[in-house]
Design a protein around this ligand. Structure first.
Ligand code: AMP
Ligand code: MG
Length: 327
């Protein structure tokens, strides 16, 4: 009997690894010209490091294939060739373009990746914007219906010359979701992954919610509101991210109305909360363009999403799901 107990103890020490003390690990990197942050709860420092390497590699991979600023990217090839002939693309790029056009339909054209047909004329670092004449010339190319997606042949073609695509309004959220899938594959259940304004949380912060601050659009390093969140994604689109003030004192920022070809007016920031980051990223950009009223009604028509809008007068608007129940 004594021997059996001793042997059992021996076996157990072999099959049950000495459980190392779990702790929080934090990693950061830069990709897609944004800060990437990854926080996770793990009991293995080497595995945590390996996961972070894989997650950051995903951001670099997507940037290399889907950036319009990299001439060798798949997207740049589409932009160069798709008006001449259908361009064969990866299933991944095809699906993301398809997803983008679905969001265009849903948002009555407010979200439109062909905004780039004139969006390329803006240079926020150099404080350059197109003249009204150039906008008029390029505006007919801004129309998601100019994109022909052939699912079977896996090709993208443009109906109109001068069409250009830019996935900057959705690619970060998409990649955050890919990163979260890697975390899940490794059995991580408490983590937070963010890429600039797009963030997704896996579980809570070990018994407590994550406290997520929404930036005050006009006061650097101050929060307009702090939200307790778990197991959701949140994306913020703001007119303070990439902008310059022009000679007549107008804020020229990076979210472009496909109707006017000019920066969308009426809102300073939009934060969308939802089940995954591709949804929240796309919707936050779309709602920024739609404006307060139409934006709120779009959110109320969709399941599992909420929004906080800070308008141009700095008034805050909340969707119904975030309001306190009134007794
Ligand atoms: P976000 O911070 O997610 O709102 O993304 C802003 C980025 O979306 C911009 O820098 C552009 O690359 C892209 N973008 C701007 N206007 C639009 C639009 N109307 N539809 C889709 N993408 C847009
Ligand atoms: Mg977005």
């Amino acid at each position: 009997m004594f021997h059996i107990i001793v042997n059992l103890a021996l076996i157990l020490t072999f099959i049950i690894p000495m459980s190392a003390k779990a702790e929080w690990f934090f990693f950061s990197d830069t990709a897609m010209t944004t800060a990437i942050e990854l926080e996770m709860w793990s009991d293995d420092a080497a595995v945590a490091k390996l996961i972070s390497t894989k997650v950051f590699a995903e951001f670099k991979r997507i940037d290399q294939s889907m950036s319009r600023y990299q001439s060798t990217s798949e997207l740049s090839k589409v932009n160069r060739m798709a008006a001449l002939e259908p361009v064969r693309v990866s299933g991944e790029l095809l699906r993301l373009i398809q997803r983008s056009t679905e969001l265009s339909t849903l948002s009555s054209g407010a979200f439109d990746i062909t905004f780039a047909s004139l969006g390329y004329l803006y240079d926020f670092r150099a404080a350059k914007q197109p003249s009204q004449k150039w906008i008029r010339k390029q505006l007919p190319s801004v129309n998601y219906q100019n994109i022909i997606v052939d699912e079977k042949a896996k090709t993208i073609a443009f109906k109109q010359e001068g069409t250009l695509l830019d996935l900057g309004g959705i690619a970060k959220g998409y990649t955050v979701d890919l990163g979260v899938a890697i975390l899940k594959d490794y059995g991580i259940s408490h983590a937070r992954l963010s890429a600039g304004g797009d963030m997704r949380m896996l579980g809570d912060k070990k018994g407590k919610p994550w406290m997520i601050g929404i930036k005050d659009p006009r006061k650097e390093a101050q929060h307009a509101v702090v939200l307790p969140l778990s197991s959701v994604a949140i994306s913020t689109s703001g007119d303070y991210e990439r902008f310059f003030i022009d000679e007549v004192g107008e804020r020229v920022h990076h979210i472009i109305s496909p109707k006017t070809g000019r920066p969308a007016k009426g809102i300073q920031s939009v934060s969308v909360i939802g089940p995954n980051a591709i949804t929240t990223d796309g919707l936050s950009t779309a709602i920024f363009v739609l404006g307060v009223e139409q934006g709120l009604s779009l959110i109320e028509s969709l399941p599992d999403v909420d929004v906080i809008i800070i308008d141009a007068e700095r008034q805050m608007h909340f969707s119904k799901g975030l309001m306190m129940p009134v007794n």
